[in-house]
Design a protein around this ligand. Sequence first.
Ligand code: AMP
Ligand code: ZN
Length: 115
Amino acid sequence: MDCLFCKIIKGEIPSNKVYEDDMVYAFHDISPIAPVHFLVIPKEHISGAAAVTPENSAVIAHIFEVIAKVTAEMGLEGGYRVITNNGDDAGQTVKHLHFHVIGGKQLGWSSAQGD
Ligand code: AMP
Ligand code: ZN
C-alpha cells in the first residue's frame, strides 16, 4: 500500500520520533503550525476517523493515553489541542488516521471553525 505514514512507521521515510510502542508511533509534524506540533498514529493502517470500528477502536483509547503522557512530559500544563481531520472536506491529506497535537502558545480557534 502506498501510504506515507505506513512508510514512516517502517522507517522507509525518516521522521523525528516523539514516542513509540507496539501500537502507536508519534513524530513531529514536518510543517508545524505551533511551537509544539506532533502527530500520533496507530501502527495499524486505519484510513481515518470514519474507518474506526468496534474491532480496531482500542488503539484510539491508547492514543489518548499516550497524548496525556507525552504532553505532560513536554510540560504542556497550560493546555494543548488534539485534532483529527477526516476526509477531503476537512482537509485530510494523508489517509492514515492521525491525531495532531498542537500547543506551546495561546491557540486561536478560527481555523478550527473552518473558515
Ligand atoms: P492532515 O492534513 O490532517 O492529513 O495532516 C497531515 C499532516 O502530515 C500535515 O500537518 C503535514 O505537515 C504532515 N506531514 C506530511 N508529510 C510528513 C512527513 N514526512 N513527516 C512529518 N509530517 C508530515
Ligand atoms: Zn498507512
